[in-house]
Ligand binder design. Sequence first.
Ligand code: UTP
Length: 294
Amino acid sequence: MSHIKTAVFPVAGMGTRFLPITKSVPKEMLPLIDKPLIQYAVEEARAAGIENFVFVSSPEKPALDDYFRTNYRLENYLASRGSTDALRQVQDVTLKPDTYWITHQIEARGLGHAVWTGRAFLRNEPFAVLLPDDFIHSDRPAIGQMIDMHARIGGNMVASMDVGRDRISSYGCLDVEARAGRCLSAGLIVEKPSAAQAPSTHAVIGRYILQPSVLEHLENAAPGVKGEIQLTDAIAADSAKNELWGYEFEGKRYDCGSKVGFVEATIALAMQREDLSSELSLNTSRTAGFSMVA
Ligand code: UTP
């Protein structure tokens, strides 16, 4: 039984790095093979025992609601044709109406503001936050690993990995004071520091377990880096009350907010899928040298 029952999925961003497709298809609905990014994040949360799903979306993105809602027309069609496998797939991704909520961040004012927008659906207890564009492939769900550790040590916990000094300025960054196994005790968290000023190369990755008091700091938060209300600033402010932990999860993370990361994730997943890998390997060897010929 997980002590974390609710997860927030902030998906109201503009997805500008994926234009032009994100003009009409939201980034979180882009498919890794045959499932949208958001589905992988929901599955990760579900596998970790999370029961309530709060999506902070925007009014311009009806696709998310369409995806998680029952599609009676499609279900009837598949049932009438006896397509039981397809029907099961469709039903599996449908969420029960009393387990999920979609709320809207009208203006993309930053990740912190998006999380705060979901506050009405959060009880006075710790909650998880998952950013679907950080796709983490692992045997044990990354958020589940964090939940297990959080049950033992509490506080605010962020997923972390070493991204090196050349990339740290794109991330939140932890000032690590001590380490115990995969747990990093952090004194400070700063958003997008310059490479020269970064206190470490331990970056924050899109999985969080947060205390409800973080929402109080978001309530009055001033815009930070890039003029956005930053979640890291509120976590930093809360560190007077709650200890801050980085957790180095087991698994491989793909930055699906970037085109390169998205393509890498697609290839890695495809090569691990029984229904695709052998045919893909065959086709790849057949077309080897294609670029030289073309
Ligand atoms: P990103 O920083 O990747 O921003 O957001 P983005 O708008 O999605 O993409 P780019 O940079 O323009 O290409 C990380 C996560 O936070 C959400 C995004 O939807 C994504 O899941 N987010 C970001 C919000 O929900 N609201 C915001 O105001 C900003």
